[in-house]
Ligand binder design. Structure first.
Ligand code: C2O
Ligand code: CU
Length: 469
């Protein structure tokens, strides 16, 4: 596998001339395959308004029969027909959307086409340590590794991304991320919107050099970039029928919180989060979520006339994220009432552990050390973990190896939100807050990390290892 130096300096010319003819042909194919609407035609909505481009829908992939995934420098049309340098999986930015059923076996042959070591972590998937893509288990440039794991968990939206210590932020921000959807029988029985009516939305922010290439220019407090991007598309729109859509939403930013709302004031129907479906659907008109967290949202376009538009907005930055354009005929579709899923509550923790997220680099006073295991957790034991901070938040706290339930939040925002019910793997700890979770590791014994999912904090050491025994 040939690897190319990634251009991060803004030197567009050297980046361009390093593209070979084969790259060019490959990229042309990618462009043809990766755009949801056949042709990229900017649509000018009126004088002084932003040109918008068709939302890219990443291609589908199956995880259950010897799939392969290559991380390598590539090039993508971020909107407007001009190609930008990115890092891509199989040439796609974002990477392909994997789908598998609970009970399947995944076998994914990964090849590292970058010029530095990387790995793939399957965020939210309960997998053995050897398949978890941890910072200790990197794949060298040019080398390959087979990630193999059975899928043994409920339906949910997970995602995959690199996890090399001190370089996760760079690899993710330059483009390496993709969705991984698990389906199961409980979810299938609900008849939720599917096919063209189920759309993954990977939200993030991005900075560009003068030639329009993605760059990573973080500060130690985090990478807060100037431009929103959805599925690798700048200023996107999506043409929709007047029916109910299911959006599988990931906060794929490095450090940014989004507060989602619809421009027409209509509520979202929240049906799930990181760990899958909630017990019942909840109507919410604003949702704040942090890097690594996921949302399963229904949006109801019934009753909107053809030609109507609705904007998905981020109220924190005042951004227009994605414009929905009602173009299709009125459709049917329903919003589920009643029970979506049964969630068995964790209770009676036998151990309490306290973790203080200090500054921008430490947990309980310590920076990450690849070779240090901080504590051991008995397999199958329910524990209460308490997270505290004295500032420098947001700290979105993510744990590998198990899902958890959020028990309480005191201080700061002082409440639990509807999207924090059910099962989670990432929870937002904001300034002055104490958050308690209940967790039980009943998947595998082995080494797993816990870390802040603000990638700059993680890369600077806000991470630890523990071992399930
Ligand atoms: Cu999404 Cu340990 O990471
Ligand atoms: Cu943090």
């Amino acid at each position: 596998m040939k690897s190319k130096q990634i251009d991060q300096t803004g030197d567009a010319e050297s980046a361009q001339t390093s593209l070979t003819r084969r790259d060019f042909l490959r990229l042309t194919l990618i462009a043809a395959g990766a755009i949801a609407v056949g042709r990229v035609v900017p649509v000018q909505a009126g004088r002084g308004t932003t040109a918008r481009y068709p939302l890219r829908i990443p291609p589908a992939a199956t995880a259950n029969n010897n799939s392969s995934l290559t991380a390598a420098p590539g090039s993508a049309d971020l909107g407007g027909g001009k190609y930008s340098n990115v890092l891509a999986y199989n040439g796609y930015f974002p990477g392909p959307t994997f789908r598998a059923n609970n009970g399947d076996s995944a076998s994914i042959q990964f090849t590292n086409g970058l010029s530095e070591a990387t790995s793939i972590h399957w965020h939210g998937m309960i997998v053995p340590t050897a398949a978890d893509g941890q910072p200790q288990d990197l794949v060298s440039p040019g080398a390959s590794y087979a990630y193999q794991f059975p899928i043994m968990q409920r339906a949910c939206l997970n995602w995959y991304h690199p996890h090399p210590h001190m370089a996760t932020g760079k690899h993710v921000v330059l483009g390496l991320a993709g969705a991984f959807i698990i389906n199961d029988a409980e979810e299938a029985a609900l008849g939720l919107p599917s096919g063209a009516y189920e759309v993954p939305l990977i939200l993030r922010d991005a900075n560009f050099d003068s030639a329009g290439n993605l760059i990573y220019n973080p500060t130690s407090s985090g990478f807060l970039a100037k431009n929103p991007m959805v599925n690798g598309t700048r200023d996107p729109y999506l043409s929709v029928d007047a029916t109910v859509y299911r959006f599988r939403v990931l906060n794929g930013a490095s450090a940014r919180l989004f507060k989602l709302a619809l421009s027409n004031g209509a509520p979202f129907t929240l049906i799930g989060n990181d760990g899958g479906l909630l017990e019942t659907a909840v109507q919410v008109s604003q949702i704040e979520f942090s890097p690594g967290e996921r949302l399963d949202l229904l949006i109801d376009f019934r009753g909107l006339a053809s030609g109507a538009t609705v904007m998905l907005q981020d109220l924190k930055a005042g951004w227009n994220l994605l414009e929905f354009r009602v173009t299709g005929a009125p459709g049917g579709g329903t919003i589920p009432t009643g029970t979506l899923s049964t969630i068995t509550k964790l209770s009676n923790p036998v151990t309490t552990r306290v973790f203080s997220f200090d500054g921008m680099t430490r947990i309980n006073g310590k920076e990450f050390d690849l070779n240090r295991i901080d504590f051991q957790v008995p397999f199958g034991q329910t524990e209460l973990w308490r997270f505290k901070t004295n500032g420098n938040a947001p700290h979105p706290i993510h744990i590998h190896g198990a899902s958890f339930q959020v028990k309480s939040r005191t201080g700061g925002r002082g409440v639990l939100f509807p999207w924090e019910q059910g099962w989670k793997d990432t929870v937002l700890l904001n300034d002055r807050e104490t958050v308690e979770i209940l967790i039980r590791f009943d998947g595998y014994r082995g080494r797993y990390p816990m870390h802040c999912h603000k990638l700059e904090h993680e890369d600077q050491g806000m991470m630890l290892n523990f071992e399930v025994i």
